[in-house]
Design a protein around this ligand. Structure first.
Ligand SMILES: [Zn+2]
Ligand SMILES: [Zn+2]
Length: 140
C-alpha cells in the first residue's frame, strides 16, 4: 500500500503534509519531531513544526506511527507499529534500537499482581550503553 492508501484505509484524509511525514518515517529509525520537520520541509516548503506535531498526533491515533518517549529525552516517532516491539536506549547518547517482542503481542509480561486491572500492555525499555559510548568510556 502506498501512503495515500494507508491513510484512506485508516479513515484519514490524504494531505500532502501527511504523505510527507509518512515518507520520512518510512526512512526508518526513531526520529525527533525537529528532525521529521526538517526532512518534511526538504520535500514541502512552508510546513510549520506545529503542523508536523498535528500530523504525527493524527498518524499515531490511527496506528500509522508510534510515539515513544524515553525518560529524559524528547518524544520520538517511528513507522514500525502494531508489533509490540521494545526499545533499547543508550544512557550516554540516547541512541535507540528496536528489540523484537519475544511473545509478539501485548502484554508480553505477566505482572506479579494486576491490582484488578485488565492489563493490555507492558512498556519495556532496556537501558544501557551503546557500543560507541562503551569505547568512549574506556578511553576516558
Ligand atoms: Zn551511546
Ligand atoms: Zn522502535
Amino acid at each position: 500500500m502506498n501512503g495515500a492508501e494507508r491513510l484512506r484505509a485508516r479513515g484519514l484524509r490524504v494531505t500532502r503534509p501527511r504523505l510527507a511525514v509518512l515518507e520520512v518515517l518510512a526512512e526508518g529509525g526513531h526520529l525527533e519531531v525537529e528532525e521529521i520537520a526538517r526532512r518534511v520541509r526538504a520535500r514541502l516548503e512552508s510546513v510549520s513544526t506545529q503542523a508536523v506535531y498535528d500530523v504525527l498526533a493524527a498518524l499515531s491515533r490511527a496506528g500509522l506511527a508510534r510515539r515513544l518517549e524515553p525518560a529524559g529525552s524528547p518524544a520520538r516517532y517511528e513507522a514500525r507499529t502494531g508489533d509490540n516491539h521494545h526499545h533499547v536506549v543508550c544512557r550516554g547518547c540516547g541512541e535507540i534500537g528496536d528489540v523484537d517482542c519475544a511473545v509478539g503481542a501485548a502484554p508480553c509480561l505477566e505482572p506479579s499482581t494486576s491490582h484488578g486491572f485488565m492489563i493490555d500492555e507492558a512498556e519495556v525499555t532496556f537501558w544501557g550503553l551503546c557500543g560507541a559510548c562503551q569505547s568512549r568510556r574506556v578511553e576516558d
